[in-house]
Design a protein around this ligand. Structure first.
Ligand code: ADE
Length: 227
């Protein structure tokens, strides 16, 4: 999979993809991430990519030309499956969207700044708008990092134990069960006996019960509308 990212703050995206699982995915050639500085497509020698908004009001808006020129040029290497704009008024990101996006080949993520991007780019280019939650970030970069991380770890061959993503929280609309490691007795608090015994069938049943219980207690909304 290839993910291109357009941003005015490329430095913000240097570290998130250079460690741990995503680093390994890139090294294995399973994931290519290209971060492009939008200022490369600035309209003048002042590197301008934003301007005042029509109608007045505080805050700058990212201009349509740099974005359109960037997308047109980048898309010459291959049409994007999705052009995604990270924005607080997008659809809230969740595991289902991560699963769907992980099956695509070629994605473009656009990070907004200031008051956002000119509406015509949203109408003419953007195919999906994603928010990572009901709060406003100072730009789309951290949201892009979240989306890339959630997608990247799902790519086949990225996780060491291929099955482990299947048991993540939210797959099956259930939260993950509690996990324990050594010591079996931590300051008097003991690991449940069933895990110590290690009978795979009983462990699986226990984990499922715990998942359902945890979901009922913490996120009953996830259980609503389940068939
Ligand atoms: N840009 C600013 N806030 C955001 C959010 N909550 N999600 C995605 N992109 C954003």
């Amino acid at each position: 999979m290839k993910i291109d990212i357009l941003t005015v703050v490329p430095d913000l995206l240097e570290s998130p993809f250079s460690h741990s699982i995503l680093k390994r995915a890139r090294e294995k050639g399973l994931l290519t991430i290209n971060v492009y500085n939008l200022r490369k497509w600035a309209i003048n020698k002042h590197m301008q990519v934003d301007d005042y908004q029509f109608g007045g009001g505080a805050g700058m808006v990212m201009m349509p030309e740099p974005l359109a020129n960037a997308i047109d040029e980048l898309q010459q290497a291959g049409k994007y499956d999705e052009i995604i704009f990270l924005t607080p008024d997008g659809a809230t990101f969740n595991q289902k969207t991560a699963n769907i996006l992980s099956m695509k080949e070629n994605l473009l993520l656009i990070c907004g700044h200031y008051k956002g991007i000119d509406e015509r780019i949203r109408q003419q280019y953007v195919t999906k708008e994603i928010s990572i939650g009901d709060y406003v970030l100072s730009g789309g970069e951290l949201a892009a990092a979240v989306v890339v991380d959630a997608i990247g770890r799902l790519l086949p061959g990225v996780l060491n134990d291929e099955t482990s993503a299947l048991f993540d929280s939210f797959q099956d609309n259930l939260l993950a069960p509690p996990v324990y490691t050594r010591p079996a007795d931590f300051r008097g608090s003991k690991v449940p006996e069933i895990l110590i015994q290690g009978d795979p069938k009983k462990v699986a049943e226990w984990r499922h019960e715990q998942s359902v219980q945890r979901t009922q207690d913490r996120r009953p909304d996830l259980l609503e509308g389940q068939e």
